[in-house]
Structure formats: C-alpha cells, structure tokens
Design a protein around this ligand. Sequence first.
Ligand code: PMT
Length: 401
Amino acid sequence: MSQLQGRRILLGVTGGIAAYKSADLVRRLKEAGAEVRVVMTRGATEFVRPLTFQAVSGEPVHESLLDPQAEAAMGHIELARWADALLIAPATADALARMAHGLADDLLTTICLATEAPIAVAPAMNRVMWAHPATQDNLALLQRRGVRVFGPGSGDQACGEVGSGRMLEPLELVQVMAGMFGQPLLQGLHVLITAGPTREPIDPVRYITNRSSGKMGFAIAEAARQAGAQVTLVAGPCTLPTPAGVERVDVETAGQMRDAVAERATDSQIFIASAAVADYRLDTVAESKIKKTGENMQLTLVRNPDILAEVAALDGGPFTVGFAAETDDMHAHAQDKRRRKGLDMIAANWVGRPGSGFDADNNALEVLWEGGSASLGPGPKTRIAQELIGLIAERRQQQGN
Ligand code: PMT
C-alpha cells in the first residue's frame, strides 16, 4: 500500500480486549511500508505485554509520561513531533472521554494534545457502551475537532453480546489509514444515501415492512464520510447509531423517503439507494384500528413511487447506484433493474439466505455497470461498504462525472 510507504505511525493502544489485535496491526502497517512506534496505556499493558509490541515493531514501547529514562530517550514532545499520524486502536470509551475532555494525565493523552499530526481512533467496546449518549457525544466532539473515527464494526463481542462496537480488523485499519495520506476519494462531494426499511401503515397500530436493519446503508454512509464526502443518510425506521459526521434524516414511509430524497437529490453528486423500500402501500389507511370481523380480509395495495428511478431520470442528476435484493437469478434480475431504471451502477446481493443480505453483519455484492462488473466480499458490511465506495469513486471518474 504505497500511501503508507515511509509514513511514521504512532500507535496508541488502550486497555481493551481488542488490544491483542493491535500487535497484528503493527505487523500489517509495517508490511505496508510504515514505521511504527507504540504507546501503551497502563490498562493496555494488563491485556498485552509491552514486549509483544516491542517484538513486532522492533522499537521500544512507550508507557509512562514520567519515566525519566523514556523522557531522556524520546519524551512525549518528541514522539508527538515524530508522528505523521497518531492512530489509537483500540480506543476504549474511557480513552475517548479523556481525549474529548482534553485530559493529559498519561503519556498517550498528553501526546494527543501535543501533536499536530492527524489523529484517528478505532473504537472498541461493548455495544451498549458504544450506543451510550456520553460516548456518542464525546465522539461527535472529537470529530468536530478533526479526529477521524474508523469503525467500529459490528458482530460477536468479547462480552458475549452481538452488536456495534468491535474494533475494525487490522487490514481494514491499514486500508483506512492509507486513505489518510492520499487525497480523500470523495472530497468535496455530497453523497445522498437511503438505508433501512420503510413502514406502510394499515391502521394506527399495524404496518407492512421488511427485514432490513439498515446495517448496509449505515456502513456505506460511514465509508463515504471517511472518504471525505458530505453525507446525508435518509433512514427508514432502524435503531442503529448515526455514523459520526453524517447528517441523518429519519423517515417512516416510502412517500416520506421519496420527499426527503427529492429535496436533496439535485444538490448531491452521488445517490446510493440501499434502502429496502416497500413497493406497495395501502390504498386507504384506516383511521381507527381495524376490527376482527370475517374469516378473511382483503387489503388493497397501490404502487409506491420508485425513488431510485426518479433520481436516475433527473437531468444532470447524481451518479446513481441502486441495490438489488434477489432470491434467485441474481445477475439477470439485477442487470434488468439497472437497465430499466437507467442506473450508473447496481449492487446485487442474495437475500433470504443465512449469513448475508437482510440483518446480517456480513454481505457479498455483485456490482454491475455498463460493460463491467466486480465482486465484493464475502466479508463484514463495513469492509464491503469501503470497497463499494472505492469502486463508485473510480467508475464516476471514468465516466467523467
Ligand atoms: O439493511 P440491511 O439489513 O443491512 O440489509 C441490506 C439490504 C439487503 C436491504 C441491501 O443490501 C439491499 O439489497 N437493499 C435494496 C433492497 C431492495 O429493496 O431491493 P429491490 O431489488 O426491491 O429494489 C431495487 C432498488 O430500487 C433498490 O436500490 C431500492 O432502494 C430501490 N427502490 C425500490 C422500490 C422503490 N419504491 N423505490 C426505490 O428506490
């Protein structure tokens, strides 16, 4: 990875179980050509011995702010000046809070204040801690100060729970760190994304919906943000936290999603429709709860507007990327959708199979455009999203948009 060649990365390791992965991260960064030095907090040394990091980095590990020997060899100011970038991985909830409040009571937090190099954090914590408003507020504050946030991913956690809060894998971190040194792929662009399901009301207490969790669309929003774009995420009902730095517009029905998109589409350069929009809605929504009467009941449905097709038909509209969720003959159906809707690109995925598609943490995409295709994954949606953003940037440039 040429962008990391010769770059000096100061890796801050804080006290979380994901610290064991950071040894591999050092190795991967070095393989990509970076020089790596490691600063550990006291908590981190409880999880992994400094000797491990010394062995993989080939450099002494820095632990203490007030260690006279370390200060003589390379104090916090020297380390702060040495770094081309500071990456804190894993970054615990405590580390984020201390950084947000400008504490400088250990070597790592002191370096955070003393360095002029860009700072990135790779959060890792239990999903409830991650979703806590205190953590989210701290993160938003850090983000406003220019700190880059990589991840977290979601999936099985060390505490036995499942959800958002896993540190990104070392290879993913190497990839996003490389992005810090090149011109961000989507710098200066506005990316509009739809995500999640829609809900079509039947009466005041019932609705029609689908199994979309929003994970794919939220991961794309985060990847687009990391690639330097201004991102607006129009989200159907889902409980995921908003990726840092992303503007979120919550909607419920397909009609509301269409209005939110129509308002913003002409001001965006890329539109990515990952939402699972209901194709039909009730002809008439009952004003009061429908009573149980006969043995059978019939609901009359009418077609919803096709949000994606409407955006693709705009004169001088954005580069338009659709999704195709298929249970059979994926390639042919997706190609047909791409042509019918007049899309620049379509990303097809299997649904109704375990381990990908709806509500899974992983996915695999078959991405199609006029005269070409690419396979992404299988892998975590966070990684697939980054690869998709890379592909979109490349295709858009090749089309001369
Ligand atoms: O949210 P997750 O749980 O992470 O799951 C991700 C996903 C499976 C929902 C996602 O990867 C995906 O496939 N999204 C598209 C789902 C879908 O509705 O596909 P479709 O083949 O029915 O629709 C084709 C395209 O038209 C989609 O881009 C859709 O957003 C768009 N569409 C459809 C109907 C409509 N009225 N308006 C639209 O814009």
